[in-house]
Design a protein around this ligand. Structure first.
Ligand SMILES: [Fe+2]
Length: 314
């Protein structure tokens, strides 16, 4: 049947890897013993950049068997500090070893004056910031010798001087810098709730042809705001946003992040496989019938913000 959605030339020539999960150390033993049938893995670049020990030994076996993407948390593309050339050198060295399908990081800044906060901080959404970020993306792409992919952040505060919505900033950034986008659907939901804007409008406003990957994750809803904790299952409103994003892009590589209270490999894998229910074009099918009201609290416990980055470097 002909798709009712517009055809886009997706992924900037990058492959659709299917349904993958984030590689975490607690699953090493299972993976090495079972070699489970999972489409692909995403690694946190920093967990392997400076390691020559067991993490590299495990990763060597995984990259021999599965497609792998490198996802970083320290590029700090929005900082006013000079680009960290040593970090980029080490990132490039890892990439030459891993040969990832692509390399991603976040639209944020993580520190200034040489200090790393280990937090993915929001940028002022202004013309000046946009130009600054675009120039730095171009520099990084020149240094790395490849196009990079950047992810929309989850945010809790904004700037009174913001002059454009985040979706406009990110869309223009991707076009002007000629980079790819990692659309974290859960981040859209988290930020849209925290800042009271429409997540559907956000996703519809992005340049679909530049979206090369999706992220999915769970979060913690405290009623007044949402913390992006990656500590549970994906809620149904986020799945519904994924359905929309899948339709608009024609489908692309999809990755589940689970970073706290991590269950068994099988449970994490089963969660990302739920995506299949939302990849059809029949909006009346699948799980659409039990969509939860937006903003429904899930857990009363105090959460750990994900963006207090949990690196697994030993
Ligand atoms: Fe993400």
């Amino acid at each position: 049947m002909e798709s009712p959605f517009p055809k886009v030339q997706p992924r900037l020539g990058l492959p659709n890897l299917g349904l993958g999960i984030g590689l975490r150390t607690c699953h090493y033993a299972h993976i090495l013993a079972e070699w489970p049938e999972v489409d692909w893995f995403e690694i946190i670049s920093e967990n392997y950049m400076d390691s020559q020990g067991r993490p590299r030994h495990v990763l060597e076996q995984i990259v021999a068997r599965y497609p792998v993407v490198m996802h970083g948390v320290s590029l700090s593309i929005g900082s006013t500090d000079p680009l960290d050339r040593d970090y980029l050198r080490r990132l490039k060295s890892l990439a030459e070893w891993v040969r990832p399908a692509w390399i991603s990081d976040h639209v944020c800044w993580t520190g200034v004056a040489g200090r790393n906060t280990h937090d993915l901080l929001p940028l002022p959404l202004t013309e000046v910031t946009l130009q600054h970020v675009v120039e730095r993306i171009k520099m990084v792409q020149d240094i790395m010798g490849r196009r990079i992919v950047l992810e929309n952040p989850s945010t809790y505060v904004g700037f009174t001087g913001d002059s454009m919505p985040e979706w406009e900033f990110i869309g223009r950034m991707a076009s002007d810098a000629n980079c790819g986008l990692l659309l974290d659907v859960n981040n859209v939901y988290v930020s849209a709730t925290n800042h009271e804007y429409n997540p559907v409008n956000y996703i519809q406003s992005l340049p679909a042809e530049r979206v090369v990957q999706f992220h999915l994750a769970g979060h913690t809803n405290l009623g007044t705001h949402i913390i992006d904790t990656h500590d549970g299952q994906v809620i149904n409103p986020v799945w519904e946003l994924f359905r929309l994003a899948h339709q608009l892009t024609g489908g692309t590589s999809t990755l589940l992040e689970w970073d706290a209270n991590i269950p068994s490999f099988s449970e994490v894998h089963a969660e990302v496989l739920k995506a299949r229910q939302f990849m059809g074009l029949d909006s009346s099918g699948g799980q659409a019938g039990f969509m939860l009201p937006i903003g429904q609290p899930r857990k009363p416990a105090l959460p750990q913000p994900l963006h207090s980055i949990q690196m697994e470097v030993l």
